[in-house]
Design a protein around this ligand. Sequence first.
Ligand SMILES: [Cu+2]
Length: 174
Amino acid sequence: MAFLSTRAMLVLGVSMAVALHCAAAATHTVGGTSGWIIPTTNSLLYTSWAANNTFKVGDTLVFNFAANAHNVLQVTKTNYDSCTATSPLKTYSTSPATVNLTESGPQYYICGYPGHCTGGQNLTITVSAASTSPTSSTNTSTSTSNASYHSISSLTAWMAMLFAVAAVFFGIQA
Ligand SMILES: [Cu+2]
C-alpha cells in the first residue's frame, strides 16, 4: 500500500510540474535591469539575453527605455540585418513598450534612433507555439516546436528528482 500511495504522489507531482510549466504566460523584460539601451559595455547584451529566455505565444515583452531617447521598431529580417528604420512593421514610442507575442516564429526589433541599432540596440527572438491545452501532459509529446525541448527537459528533471526521492525512500524502507 505504501508503494501505491507513493506512486500516486509521484504521478501527482509530475502532473503538477507539467501543468505549472505549460500554463504560465511569461513577461520578459528586455535586457533585464539594463532595459532597452545602446549596449556600450556588452555588445552582446540582447543576444545573450534572448538566449537565456524562452519565448512562447501568449508571452509579453516589455521594453523599458528613457523617454524621447529611444523607441522600439519591429522590422523585417532584411531591415533588421541592415538596421533600416524606415517602414517598420510596428512602432512603439512610449516606455514601457509592451509587446504581446501573438505569433510563432522569428521576430526582429531595433531602435529607430540614428546609430542606435548599429550600436547594438537590436533584438531578435524566436517565438514558439503555445501549448494547446494548459494542463494536459500530452503537450510535451505532441508539440513539435522548440518549446518542447524545454518542457521535456524540465519534465525529465522533475521525474528524475522524484524517482530519486522515491528510491531513497524505498531504500530506507527495505
Ligand atoms: Cu535607441
